[in-house]
Design a binder for this molecule. Structure first.
Ligand code: C5P
Length: 218
């Protein structure tokens, strides 16, 4: 694969609802980087599976990924508990992961020229997708705080789900994502740990910015 030279690459791994997406968006805006929320791709496939149980197979997935546009990932229907669970189950399948990888790596290494680089967040970004990223952050937070944040997000979208259901679902998804055979979520030694349990969005970004500026300005 062709790789653009001298670009900034930021890789973020995190369990669900730890604040990685929020930070990735702030990073992308501030440093003019192309942003890809890789979880949304698995959610997109998870939703396709829920809606097309009979048609869903590897060829179907390949076809859908080959014409995937980023705007499709912005669809609000992807933000639901059922879709998240379906995504997590699909994400265990290595053949599906491989189809998704190509799309992700193109975004990471060949972002459109108007961007100075890329920022990707997900579960296997540091461990598999962008192993040589210039910046590697592992963002986490306590399960309770994550559940509260996700619950609030669902409430804002008028989703009918209780806090306890969200907590249980996140706990199950953590288990699935950390214990699967392919691309499990884990922190690598060379990634910087950021715990957002008691950090505001602003304080967290300040920390990340300080780390990035130190390296970029050297
Ligand atoms: O981040 P988000 O909660 O939207 O991700 C949905 C699911 O997609 C995760 O629970 C995980 O199983 C899967 N995923 C993955 N690898 C990534 C990003 C997400 O397996 N890089």
């Amino acid at each position: 694969m062709r790789k653009r030279k001298n670009i900034i690459t930021v890789a973020i791994d995190s369990p669900a609802a730890a604040g990685a997406g929020t930070q990735a968006k702030l990073i992308s805006k501030f440093y003019n980087l192309y942003y890809l929320d890789t979880g949304k791709i698995y959610r997109y496939l998870g939703k396709l599976k829920l809606d097309n149980k009979k048609k869903f197979n590897y060829d179907f997935v390949k076809k859908k990924i080959s014409c995937l546009k980023l705007t499709q990932l912005k669809n609000k229907s992807l933000i639901s508990n059922d879709v998240a669970i379906s995504a997590s189950l699909i994400a265990k399948d290595n053949r599906i992961r491989k189809i998704v990888h190509k799309f992700q790596q193109k975004c990471a290494y060949n972002p459109p020229y108007k961007f100075k680089g890329s920022v990707l967040d997900g579960r296997d970004i540091i461990t598999v997708q962008v192993k040589d990223a210039m910046f590697k952050f592992y963002i986490t937070a306590s399960l309770k705080v994550r559940a509260k944040r996700r619950f609030n997000e669902y409430q804002n979208l008028n989703k009918k789900i209780t806090y306890n259901e969200v907590l249980k679902s996140l706990r199950n998804r953590d288990k699935l994502d950390k214990n699967r055979k392919y691309g499990p979520l884990k922190k690598t030694k060379d990634s910087i740990l950021i715990n957002t349990t008691k950090l505001s969005k602003k304080a967290c970004f300040k920390m990340i910015k300080a780390i990035m500026d130190k390296k970029l300005n050297n």
